[in-house]
Design a protein around this ligand. Structure first.
Ligand code: TRP
Length: 336
């Protein structure tokens, strides 16, 4: 086995990729996968999607879109293991092994579950109204994703840090009971990675309905950018870049020189329309070539499927022998 650091992250397949996903997660992950000292594992968390989404069409479509997005943006699948969670049956199996060492009390503390309970209490409903076992034990599935490959570093958003703490806790309990089988993973929350504001100035997020989809055709992309909220300052008036959503988005795509020049333009009173035009040109230049690759992949799902199948096979080369070891550790099988 190589001594490289293992980096792993999952993307839930419920939505359409937007600029915020690109800047905040996909772009840094693809860049990281090119580093020589890491082994990267990126996967489509389609079992996780079932917790939030009851629409089969949507899960299916999102899986294709997200896979095509990563490939179109240049993920090198010869360096990085890129797979679909449901193609690795050892993951749900491990989920059960972990479920049996996970304290119910630990799951009671999970934010997502607690938020549902609080909402129910507020609405004077039964506290468990609408709460499935999927939602409740979601953190165990996530722990299995990570522990299956003994990943050390897990890049995630702040909202996932608690899940990583739970994964560590679960791994420790398992190790305590059955021997040192799991590495303890760590969340990696990159403070330098930009959180992109959406069209209304709040964080770009599906739940605020303020996203700009990554693969809009050129004209629609321009239109969406023109809709980003600004204030009513006139052309010629000096403007404050640090309170303008358009500037934050610009900064996330620009080189340091371009950023400095735009700051100066703000001080000189550039018109909002002009900022947006420049922003459109900047983003469009970066996305034009990948967009063509994306369109080609989306219209050839078999090609995407092939990549995922290869990825799953590589993942299973690791998960198969490891699950055998784990089965033996808990006493349900003896190794040959
Ligand atoms: N729960 C994560 C999210 O919603 C996605 C995810 C699933 C994940 N399994 C993972 C992230 C394992 C990191 C590691 O964003």
């Amino acid at each position: 086995m190589s001594k490289k650091q293992r980096v792993l992250t999952g993307i839930t397949t419920t939505g359409t990729p937007h600029l915020g996903n690109y800047v905040g997660a996909i772009k840094p992950a693809i860049a990281a996968s090119r580093a020589d000292d890491i082994d990267s594992f990126y996967f489509l968390a389609d079992y996780h999607a079932l917790v939030k989404c009851e629409d089969p069409e949507r899960v299916q479509r999102s899986t294709l879109e997200i896979a095509a997005t990563w490939l179109a943006l240049g993920l090198d699948t010869s360096r990085s293991v890129f797979y679909r969670q449901s193609d690795v049956p050892e993951i749900p199996e491990l989920t059960w092994l972990l479920t049996c060492v996970t304290a119910k009390g630990l799951m009671n503390r999970a934010h997502a579950y607690k938020a549902s309970v609080d909402a129910n209490l507020k609405a004077e409903e039964d506290p468990d109204f609408g709460v499935t076992m999927g939602l409740y034990s979601y953190p165990v599935l996530m722990a299995a994703d990570i522990l299956m490959f003994n990943a050390k570093r897990v890049p995630v958003g702040k909202d996932q840090v608690q899940h990583l703490e739970m994964a560590r806790d679960i791994a420790q309990r398992f190790n305590h009971r059955y021997g040192e089988l799991f590495e303890l993973p760590e969340a990696e929350v990159d403070e330098h990675v930009a959180t992109l504001p959406g069209t209304d100035g709040r964080k770009m997020s599906k739940s605020y309905d303020n996203t700009i989809p990554l693969w809009l055709p050129e004209k629609k992309l321009r239109k969406a950018i023109m809709k980003i909220k600004t204030n009513s300052q006139e052309p010629g008036e000096p403007k404050d870049p640090d309170s303008a959503a358009v500037f934050s988005v610009y900064a996330a795509f620009a080189s340091p020189e371009q950023r400095a020049a735009m700051r100066q333009a703000f001080a000189d009173g550039i018109a909002w329309g002009e900022v947006k035009q420049q922003l459109f040109e900047l983003i469009n230049a970066e996305l034009t070539v990948p967009r063509e690759r994306y369109e080609a992949l989306i219209s050839d799902p078999a090609k995407v499927e092939k990549e995922l199948t290869v990825g799953a096979e590589r993942a299973r080369e690791l998960s198969r022998p490891f699950i055998a070891e784990l089965r033996e550790a808990v006493g349900i099988r003896r190794l040959g």
